[in-house]
Design a protein around this ligand. Structure first.
Ligand SMILES: Nc1ncnc2c1ncn2[C@@H]1O[C@H](COP(=O)(O)OP(=O)(O)OP(=O)(O)O)[C@@H](O)[C@H]1O
Length: 671
């Protein structure tokens, strides 16, 4: 049985409702709420108000419930339940009928707002004040006489709602509670909606207002003060517009204080984060694209490493997760991080997820070269084709985003490949779980780390790649886990794979399973995120998990141009079974050492790009750090049937938001 914390009646759009604040006690919560505080209204015309035991409220189980008391059809625009978590703000206002505004206004008292000491303080934003209807004023604790009349007529008003006839009551003051809440019924895109509750009296309105704000103050995961970095040049210069006009008003509505820094140069944000005091903030906001996010991510991780006196030049270093969370307001050209963490690049959805205090732990990889630390990687590291595109396009900056397409086309015509050796540390436990049972042959007395798939064995034999065991006990075992698509699931909200802490513990005594690969590769890519964007519906690696302590390694061997074109086509349209291409291998790994082999002076090595930035090095070591960064994001919410994709021939668009992506981006830029 749910525990009712507060119950009252109100009108919404002329219909009579009972509003209850209740705690869903499916989680043995009832014992926390003292019975004397729980009282349920029995008479629908009466109201029962009890004080909420504020110290006992468990926000995640607390909800607002609206029950229609008229014998009418329910209004679909009125939600039955609003979880407390999604309540944005509560305002108390008094409204006059428009016609009578002038007559009444002269007798109105000076606006003021009384708040309880235990409430969060509500300061109306200037923007809100401007947008309010002129006929609204803030309610004073001293009731006007009109309120008294209002109470007398409430019963008539109730009757009129049955008969649908207007009564003279509507000419009186309305005591309103305006609730703004977040509508998450569309699993991807979050929206702000509002409800106007017309209360029977000022006292009830006051009580509801105080109680709702008391409940709101229990939402501890919500940030109160944020520091935002806006790159005015991101995404054709639309970041400032997106932030000033769309996002800042939403933060103000949620009573979140935001300090803003408009960056003046590259690395401005990173330097600020590393050197300035951040103690006053609950989180950092990045308004821009992936490059801007990488700056914030670097700044925060470098600062934490410095504070903890960690030597990040050591390739075996374990980095420490910063205390602050980062929120991303997408305003860049690609926005792969936001696509990967929220499902779409909608600034309002991202802002709302920050306000609610959603939390998503993501893996970060460290990138070292022969001289020491190079970068942290959040999305993708590329060697060869994609690195060369970044290198080439850097010289064509004057062409804008078109430079990437042009550089890509030139690079495709060049069709370069690079002789490279890789030492790959596989995610051994994952490889066991992910491979098809019928294709797995255990060759080492059932040891979980000693498996080889027959398909993969063929692959080894037919290629010129070398497979070397790296067991310090000198036992011979071979492991290959070219990931088959079957049984793979998308990383999603509350992902079980990412939550499985035990996996690491269970394997901690086992030696990492390593393999060596050598050959000519057109491109080598390490992906920490799927890297979905407007140009790639599923991203290059749709099934990579954001926080499971692994990343995907995709090797594309030298092949005919047509085969490489097919790879590119699949990356753009449907990469879910990309490893089925004969020239593509995909591994789930924890660490990889990539060493280009330059035979002869003339042969030029390929270019490296990490999170869209060029990096240098003769050899690069990439190592994952599980859940090293906390983001303000919810993860991607998928419907039940979307969570496992079994059929490779499946053509359904599992990410409906992607259909609108291009349109959305172009709309954004137009505006
Ligand atoms: N004021 C500035 N002037 C010039 N460069 C800046 C400024 N502020 C930030 N930068 C740099 O601009 C680079 C690109 O910015 P950002 O990622 O926000 O936009 P984008 O390139 O349009 O988007 P995406 O990375 O998603 O394609 C970042 O690496 C950042 O270091």
């Amino acid at each position: 049985m749910p525990s009712i914390l507060y119950s009252t009646t109100c009108y919404i759009s002329n219909d009579f409702y009972r509003l209850r604040i209740y705690v869903d006690d499916g989680n043995n919560y009832s014992d926390l709420v003292s019975p004397k505080n729980i009282k349920l209204a029995t008479d629908s015309l009466d109201f029962t108000a009890t004080s909420i035991p504020i110290d006992h409220i468990k926000p995640s189980f607390t909800r607002l419930n609206f029950e229609l008391l008229n014998e009418k059809k329910p209004n679909n625009n009125i939600p039955t339940t609003i979880p407390l978590k999604y309540l944005l703000n509560v305002q108390q206002t008094t409204s006059l009928p428009k016609n009578s505004y002038r007559n009444f206004s002269t007798s109105l008292p000076t606006p003021s707002l009384e708040t309880s000491s235990r409430m969060i303080s509500l300061t109306s934003s200037p923007i809100l004040e401007q947008s309010e209807e002129r006929s609204r004023i803030m309610l004073t604790p001293n009731s006007s006489q009109a309120m008294f009349k209002r109470r007398q007529f409430s019963f008539r008003r109730f009757l009129s709602s049955f008969s649908n006839t207007d009564s003279d009551v509507v000419l009186l003051y309305k005591t309103l509670i305006k609730i703004k809440y977040i509508d998450v019924s569309n699993s991807f895109q979050w929206n702000i909606k509002s409800l106007e509750l017309e209360m029977d009296s000022e006292d009830i309105a006051n009580e509801l207002y105080i109680n709702l704000n008391s409940c709101l103050s229990t939402l501890e995961q919500r940030p109160h003060r944020l520091l935002a970095f806006v790159n005015p040049l991101s995404g054709k210069g639309r970041a400032r517009y997106v932030y000033d006009k769309k996002v800042l008003p939403v933060f103000q509505e949620a009573n979140i204080f935001v300090d803003t820094i408009y960056t003046e140069r590259a690395n401005h944000a990173q330097e600020y984060i590393v050197n300035e005091m951040l103690d006053d903030y609950d989180g950092l906001i990045c308004v821009g694209g992936d490059g801007m996010f990488a700056e914030l991510c670097h700044g925060l991780l470098l600062r934490t490493a410095r504070d903890e006196q960690i030597n990040i030049d050591d390739p075996h270093v374990n980095i420490i997760r910063p205390n602050l969370r980062i929120g991303i307001i997408p305003a860049g050209s690609t926005d792969a991080v936001v696509f990967g963490t929220t499902g779409l690049n909608d600034p309002i959805t991202s802002a709302l997820q920050i306000i609610v205090g959603e939390s998503l732990l993501i893996d970060i990889t460290t990138v070292h070269n022969e001289n020491g630390f190079v970068r942290f990687m959040a999305t993708m590291l590329a060697y060869g084709f994609f690195g060369d595109i970044i290198y080439q396009s850097d010289n064509w900056r004057c062409l804008g985003p078109l430079r990437y397409d042009l550089a890509g086309f030139c690079q495709f015509l060049r069709h370069t490949s690079y002789h490279t050796e890789l030492t790959i540390t596989l995610s051994s436990h994952d490889s066991v779980e992910i491979c098809h049972p019928q294709t797995i042959t255990s060759i080492n007395n059932g040891s979980k780390t000693s498996i080889v798939s027959s398909d993969c064995q063929k692959l080894i034999n037919s290629s010129n790649s070398t497979l070397t065991e790296m067991n310090s006990m000198n036992k011979s075992y071979d492991i290959i886990s070219k990931l088959p698509t079957s049984n793979l699931g998308f990383c999603r909200q509350n992902c079980e794979t990412c939550a499985e802490e035990k996996q690491t513990n269970r394997n901690k005594d086992q030696l990492p399973s390593q393999i060596k690969r050598e050959g000519r590769y057109t491109t080598i890519n390490c992906l920490n995120m799927p890297c979905r964007c407007a140009k790639s519906k599923y991203g290059m690696s749709p099934f990579v998990h954001l926080g499971d302590g692994t990343f995907d390694l995709i090797l594309v061997k030298r092949s005919w141009r047509t085969s490489f074109l097919r790879f590119l086509w699949q990356v753009a349209n449907d990469s879910r079974s990309i490893e089925d291409l004969p020239n593509v291998e995909r591994y789930r790994v924890r660490e990889v050492l990539i060493r280009p082999i330059n035979k002869g002076q003339r042969k030029k090595a390929g270019n490296w790009a990490c999170d869209g930035e060029l990096i240098s090095g003769n050899e690069i070591q990439i190592r994952v750090h599980r859940q090293a960064l906390n983001l303000f994001a919810s993860g991607i919410k998928l419907k039940e049937k979307q969570q496992h994709i079994d059929s490779k021939s499946e053509t359904t668009n599992w990410f409906p938001c992607m259909r609108n992506t291009k349109k959305k981006i172009s709309q954004e830029s137009n505006s």
